[in-house]
Design a protein. Structure first.
Length: 359
């Protein structure tokens, strides 16, 4: 039998080895996580992702109207991460109470886990879930705008006021502030339907112009649009109240309230902060506070239950709640006897105002 020559066997083995190496090098994994970065391309950001720009404090989204009521979400953020999510408004009454109690805690948990608005709807709570996600996305948008705002004096900032309820529908104002001046004003909500369409189309552009010209909420009502004008001014003021004090530029404000007051070097600025509207069984409660040097120097209710028995309860309880807020320097105050619902709404709105102070 013919034996293979040793040299021939070595040559064949070497050729086989080279062929195997070439085949291995020619293979690529189906998905290479590092290929985009290696090519100098960053992976696309997830839609609705929480901003990672060091945003801190509470951010409240716009109220989203659903078939069963409004949904409004507030986020607490630390270094751009969502640490807490809560619904400050949600459908209530009848069957809605059960759906809200079951779905909202699950939605809150999902947000913290996902760190974005890309969360699943809760089964059996389709409308509430949709409204929640919409308000959540607006909160994330605000946080992103805040985190990406220009540093230094004159950086433009967009501020959305609280919804002001009027006899003919809600009014909500958004302003752009740069260098301490209002550069743009617009109504993101206004009364509509029937006669309201005509009044809104006639009055809102004039109110927008007046806000820019005045640089504050101290503007005249438009003739024939009394309710719309009042709601506009109220929402406009709440938007201006949200402008941060200091920051190298004076803060736009209405009637002098909420203006950054830096008397003397290094002294803390004075801020006027308006809380979100807290709905109670007897009507809305909304609180505005003045904060200076980290202390509450003034508290007032800009909305409180009224009509019938509520007038007496409000006139008796609100002054006591105002005093308690100033004395405590926080929302950790006792309810007024006989005014349980008003007290609860007051404390809730007060806390939302203090959240805006950024600690």
């Amino acid at each position: 039998m013919r034996k293979s020559h040793p040299v021939r066997r070595a040559v064949l083995a070497g050729a086989a080895t080279v062929s195997g190496i070439v085949l291995l090098l020619s293979l690529k994994p189906a998905s290479d996580p590092g290929s985009a970065q290696a090519a100098g391309q960053a992976p696309p950001a997830a839609a609705g992702q929480a901003p990672q720009g060091g945003v801190n404090g509470a951010v409240t989204g716009d109220a989203a109207q659903t078939q069963y009521g409004a949904v409004q979400v507030r986020l607490t953020m630390n270094n751009g991460k969502i640490t807490q999510a809560e619904a400050v408004q949600a459908p209530k009454g009848g069957r809605s109470d059960q759906i809200t109690a079951s779905s909202v805690p699950r939605l809150n948990q999902a947000v913290v886990a996902a760190q974005s608005a890309d969360i699943d709807a809760v089964s059996g709570a389709t409308y509430t879930s949709a409204g929640y996600k919409k308000s959540l996305q607006s909160a994330l948008d605000k946080a992103k705008a805040s985190g990406g705002a220009q540093q230094g004096a004159g950086g433009a900032r967009t501020l959305t006021g609280d919804v002001a309820q009027t006899q003919y529908g809600p009014v909500q104002v958004r302003v752009t502030v740069a260098g301490g001046k209002i550069t743009k004003a617009e109504a993101v909500q206004a009364p509509k339907g029937g006669r309201s369409d005509q009044i809104t189309s006639s009055s809102i552009p004039r109110l927008n112009q007046a806000a820019v010209a005045a640089g504050s909420a101290d503007i005249d009502a438009v003739s024939g649009a009394t309710y719309t004008s009042a709601g506009y001014k109220k929402s406009l003021q709440s938007a201006l109240d949200k402008a941060p004090a200091g920051g190298g530029s004076s803060q736009a404000s209405g009637s002098g309230g909420g203006q950054a007051a830096g008397s003397g070097g290094g002294q803390a600025a004075t801020q006027t902060l308006t809380g979100s509207v807290a709905q109670t069984q007897y009507g809305p409660v909304q609180v505005r506070v003045t904060v200076a040097g980290g202390k509450i120097t003034k508290a007032e209710a800009v909305q409180a239950p009224k009509g019938g028995r509520s007038d007496q309860i409000t006139s008796s309880s609100v002054p006591r709640l105002n005093q308690a807020a100033v004395a405590a320097g926080s929302a950790d105050i006792d309810a007024v006897s006989g005014a349980t619902y008003t007290s609860a709404g007051y404390k809730k709105s007060l806390q939302s105002a203090l959240d805006q102070a950024g600690g």
